[in-house]
Design a protein around this ligand. Sequence first.
Ligand code: 13P
Length: 241
Amino acid sequence: MKKLVVGNLKMNLDLDQIASYLEIINEEVHSPHVVICPTSIYIPYFLSHDYRVGIQNTFLADEGAYTGEISPKQADSMGIAYTILGHSERRMYLKETDDFINKKIIAALKNYMRVIVCVGETLEERKMLKTDRVIKREITNALRGLTKEQLDNVVIAYEPIWAIGTNQTPTNKDIEDMINYIKLLVESYFNYPNIKVLYGGSVNEKNITELNKIKNLDGYLVGGASTNPEKFLKIIEVALS
Ligand code: 13P
């Protein structure tokens, strides 16, 4: 089974940088296994180059007076395949709660989008041995009320918060154990075996070969390294080999 590689460009790159990014990456990546999530205003450039495109957030309503938000209905109508929900940066800076995330997940699925649901523990939670509890809370709340058909369109991204942008990663064994835990959790709580699980947090062109030895892993959610087209291409090459 080929892995899925998702690039989350976050709030990076200006228009000139996007133009050169597209030039470099254009020849190489038109795989159904690669999804690029640029800052929303640049999405049309990526769509016009025939990439699989994701959006970094969608709102819980389909339309209405919600200044600054983008609805899953609007995103779907543009041909945007994926939405990232529950990212730790939005939980942290925008105070998104489990309940709010659950509502946004349901709205996105109703609009035929695929959803990448991010979960992960802080360093403090890890030190207090609360990792499993935090992941269980985030996942059971995020997926509450979803049908099996809806779960077909959900991918979980395990992103330990302390590994994001820090050049630190858990050991392969720790990641493998967590992937197993998440798969078992979704099976026992939602009667859904084999949910797809990605790893995210300081994935780069140097550690991808080692990370790619992890069994059970269904792909990667790449932040910083995906903003550099050469590095991102290297990650894709190894992950999809
Ligand atoms: P980094 O790859 O920069 O650590 O970011 C990971 C991430 O948050 C992807 O969503």
